[in-house]
Structures are given as structure tokens and as C-alpha cells.
Design a protein around this ligand. Structure first.
Ligand code: NAD
Length: 478
């Protein structure tokens, strides 16, 4: 499909970039799906120039018209669900049903921000000067560069592009080079919807030509990243030179606390599919399971049994419940986590290695580990793979302290039916998001994001558009 698209600059598909081409690999087979053109510095400069020129027109376009464009793009995206979901599955490996859900969530972002475009309200503040007026206004930040991870090839981009366009910004998307297909289809839907040339641009390629150029440009006024904490920290340092605004959706290491009044089977029905969705490569996936000692053994054996029965395979096979990891580097990283667990006296309750008889692709078994000390890698670090590390607790105070240990603060989960405990947990846990008896955090209407080393800024909700708006004060005297 790549030859139909390419780079998208100033309203046109550019089938060839100045920097050669890149192979895209199906992680379930290890085979090459095709080649995508990669951008040279000159292509990136063209995108910056186009976005700068388009910004003037787009920010002057009424919010009502911008909303119409976003709704029209959502309509086109909805029509192209099968094509997009198939591409997500081929490149990222997730089962087709999960890819369809991701695309639907992406459509939702465009619909939600189409509506939010019309609700960019300012404020009038009482003035000290008689007859005067203090006005607080919002204006688009300007040209935005958006960088995304490979684990959600569509929705990570939609969460940035939809609010940016709604706010009146123009955008240059630079997706993960491993999964460019969904970005191409999304951009093509925006083209079909009639979004003017230059308002959305897509460049693909190595950081040396794309990122470096975008970061150095004073025209680019904002950087928004979904990625790892280390890369986010580097971007914040680099953004200082031109004082770009930054939004950072970074790593997580989510704790999940199961209190003694929870119903084990009900919790497992939700927790096991959530843990192994996208083969565990989800920033908000529960990583560390703190289970009350009275439920611990039943929870571990139930988790292991369910994990062991999941069917692995190619995401296009409708019976597949878990696909591969994205590449061999991730398989090696997960093997290292398991090796550390073995060294630290952990018990492998399910999985623990590459599946037997699966000699193609980057598969790893759904893995459940118990008996680990808190400083084992599986508990202490983001594992970003199919590993559930389960550990008992006896005391509420102790479990909050253990849940809050570490540098991340993206999401956390609590399972209990006791309203007092719910309130206490929500207030005590240090993270941007807390799911109570639920894992459903990612929705267009809800502000998604973290604290501490998990980042800054929010995507989704009323808050999401504020990240793409500058505040302007006007003091009017008469
Ligand atoms: P990554 O940080 O390696 O890459 C993210 C993006 O930055 C990619 O487009 C990549 O090409 C680019 N990049 C990589 N190195 C760079 C550099 N030195 N300079 C400039 N750009 C660079 O992350 P990843 O491996 O693609 O994704 C996994 C990470 O993303 C995990 O830590 C995960 O938790 C995080 N993530 C966070 C969220 C969230 O919403 N908070 C969502 C999904 C993934």
C-alpha cells in the first residue's frame, strides 16, 4: 500500500523522499511488507514551509468550519476502518479486533475535538480601571511537530492531530518509522475531507533528518511526543533552544491493587485480557499486581491458568488472542526481565519464554511471575511486554507506599467495593489516572496523561485542546 502514499507535504503525496526508503516488517512473520520513502532535510524543510504558510489561513478559519473539516475527516476514517485496521495489524501485530477498536478510538478523537473547536472560550475579568476590561483570549500555539511511538500507530497520532487542528494549529506528523501505514491512511482521510494544503503534513524517516530539522526550526512552536521517558527528557532539553512548548506522554509502570473485598474471578475477567492486550505493549497496562494476601494464591493460579490458555498467532487470524512483540529487541528485553526474575527467586507461574514451535516472528508467551522482591526488574521498571508480576500485601498503608515507589506516575488501578477505600486510594495514589474497578482510561472525552517521569500535558477531554493554545491577555482601557 505504501506506493500509493509516501510523504505528505503541502497537500500532495510525495512517492519518493530524498533519503531513500525503509523496509516495513510484519512482526508476526519477520517478513517485509514493503518500502516507505524517507524524508531528507529538504523534504522536512518543505513541510515546515508549507505548515507555516497554511497556519495563517487555518487559524483565521472559523472554529465552525474547522469543526466541519474534522467531522468530514472522521466520516472518511470511519468508512476506511477495514483498510486501516488491517494495516495496523500487519505492522504492529495486534489482533484485528484490537486494531479496529484503536481505529474507532481515533475516529472518536476527531469527533470530540470537532466539537471542542467550537468551545474555545476566553474569560472576561473585572477590571480595576473604571470602564476598563480584562480579556483572556486563546490563540493557536502555531506549527506543531508530533512524534509517536509504535504501539498504537493510529490513536497516538489522532490524540495530537485532532486537538491541534481544532485549536487552529498546523501540524507536521513524524510517526514511528516501524508503523507508518495508519498515519498515511489518516492523513489521506484529512486530504479527502478537504483540509487545505499544508495544514497537515507527514514526514517519515530517521531522527537525524526529521527530528533534528524540526527541533532546530524556530517556525515549529510546539513539540508533542508519545514515547519513552529518556527520549522525552532529550526532547525537553532540545526544545529549550527555541523555547518550544512541549507535551510529553511517556512511560508508565502501573500498579494494580486488589483489596480483600474484591471478587477474584470478576477481577481476572477484566485484568487478564487487559494485561495481554497488544502483547502487553501498552503504556497504561498494569505491570505490578499487589494482591491482598488473603486472595493472592487464588489470584496467581487463576491468572496463570487464563494466561496459559491464550491463543497466540497472526493478528489477521480471527482466533488469535495475542500477537507478537514489535521486534527482536523487545523479545530480548523481555527475556532479560524473565532472566532477572529467575535470578531473584521468582516463580514462573505461566509462560516465561518464546512459544514452542513458533519459529517465525517475534512472539513471547503470556508470562505470570510471583514471589519477586520489589526491586526485581519485573516490578520496579516498565516491562512493556506480556509479563504480569504478582506480589502479596497485608496492610493498606504498606501497599500505597509500594504503589507510589518509583519514578513513574501514569496510571494505577484499584479493585475494591468499599467506597471509603476507593476515596482513600484515589487520593493517596500518585499518578495522572486511577482506574477504580475499571481499566477504561483512554477515551476522547477524558484527559489522559501522567505525572512525575510519565510526562506532562493531557490528551483528550476539555484539557487536551489547551495544550495547543496560548493564552493572551488584553487590557482594555476606555
Ligand atoms: P521511543 O521513545 O523510542 O520513540 C518514540 C518516538 O520518538 C518515535 O517516533 C521515535 O522514532 C522517536 N525517537 C526515538 N529516539 C529519538 C531521539 N533520540 N530523538 C528524537 N526522536 C526519537 O518510544 P517507543 O519505543 O516508540 O515507545 C515505547 C514507549 O512509549 C514506552 O515507554 C511507552 O510507555 C511509551 N508510550 C507512552 C504512552 C502514553 O500515552 N503515555 C503511549 C504509548 C507509549
Amino acid at each position: 500500500m505504501y506506493e500509493r502514499f509516501g510523504l505528505f507535504i503541502d497537500g500532495d503525496w510525495r512517492a519518493r523522499g530524498g533519503q531513500g526508503a525503509l523496509d516495513i516488517v510484519d512482526p508476526a512473520t519477520g517478513e517485509t511488507l514493503g518500502e516507505v520513502p524517507t524524508a531528507a532535510e529538504a523534504d522536512v524543510d518543505d513541510a515546515i514551509g508549507a505548515a507555516d504558510k497554511a497556519l495563517k489561513r487555518w487559524r483565521a478559519t472559523s472554529a465552525w468550519t474547522r469543526a466541519d473539516f474534522l467531522h468530514a475527516a472522521a466520516d472518511r476514517m470511519h468508512e476506511r476502518t477495514e483498510e486501516a485496521a488491517r494495516q495496523i495489524t500487519l505492522e504492529a501485530g495486534k489482533p484485528l479486533a484490537q486494531a479496529k477498536r484503536e481505529w474507532a478510538l481515533s475516529v472518536d478523537q476527531f469527533r470530540w475535538y470537532a466539537e471542542e473547536a467550537r468551545r474555545i472560550y476566553g474569560r472576561i475579568v473585572e477590571s480595576r480601571a473604571p470602564g476598563g476590561r480584562v480579556e483572556v483570549l486563546h490563540e493557536p500555539v502555531g506549527v506543531v511537530a508530533a512524534f509517536t511511538a509504535w504501539n498504537f500507530p493510529a490513536v497516538l497520532i489522532a490524540r495530537k492531530v485532532a486537538p491541534a487542528l481544532a485549536a487552529g494549529c498546523s501540524v507536521i506528523i513524524r510517526p514511528s518509522s516501524e508503523v507508518p501505514g495508519a498515519a498515511m491512511i489518516m492523513v489521506d482521510c484529512l486530504r479527502q475531507a478537504g483540509v487545505p494544503p499544508g495544514v497537515v503534513n507527514l514526514v517519515i524517516g530517521p531522527t537525524a533528518t526529521t527530528y533534528t530539522r524540526l527541533m532546530a526550526s524556530p517556525v515549529v512552536r510546539k513539540i508533542t511526543l508519545t514515547g519513552s521517558t529518556a527520549v522525552g527528557q532529550q526532547m525537553i532539553r532540545d526544545a529549550a533552544a527555541t523555547m518550544k512548548r512541549v507535551s510529553m506522554e511517556l512511560g508508565g509502570n502501573a500498579p494494580m491493587i486488589v483489596f480483600d473485598d474484591a471478587h477474584v474471578d470478576t477481577v481476572l475477567d477484566l485484568a487478564v485480557p487487559t494485561k495481554f492486550a497488544n502483547a502487553g505493549q501498552v503504556c497504561v497496562a498494569p505491570d505490578r499486581f499487589y494482591v491482598h494476601e488473603s486472595l493472592h494464591d487464588a489470584f496467581v493460579s487463576g491468572f496463570a491458568k487464563r494466561a496459559g490458555s491464550l491463543k497466540l498467532g497472526h493478528g489477521l487470524d480471527e482466533t488469535t488472542q495475542m500477537g507478537p512483540l514489535i521486534n527482536q529487541r523487545r523479545v530480548d528485553a523481555i527475556e532479560a526481565v524473565v532472566a532477572d526474575a529467575n535470578k531473584r527467586g521468582g516463580r514462573i507461574e505461566a509462560g516465561g519464554g518464546r512459544p514452542q514451535g513458533q519459529n517465525k516472528g517475534f512472539f513471547f508467551e503470556p508470562t505470570v511471575i510471583s514471589g519477586l522482591p520489589d526491586d526485581a526488574i519485573a516490578l520496579a521498571e516498565e516491562n512493556f511486554g506480556p509479563i504480569a508480576a504478582i506480589t502479596p500485601f497485608s496492610d493498606n498503608e504498606e501497599v500505597f507506599q509500594r504503589a507510589n515507589a518509583g519514578d513513574f506516575g501514569l496510571s494505577a488501578y484499584v479493585f475494591t467495593r468499599d467506597p471509603t477505600r476507593i476515596r482513600e486510594a484515589v487520593s493517596r495514589i500518585e499518578s495522572g489516572m486511577v482506574g477504580v474497578n475499571s481499566f477504561a482510561l483512554a477515551a476522547a472525552e477524558a484527559p489522559f496523561g501522567g505525572i512525575k517521569l510519565s510526562g506532562m500535558g493531557r490528551e483528550g477531554g476539555t484539557e487536551g485542546i489547551l495544550d495547543f493554545l496560548n493564552v493572551k491577555l488584553s487590557q482594555v482601557a476606555v
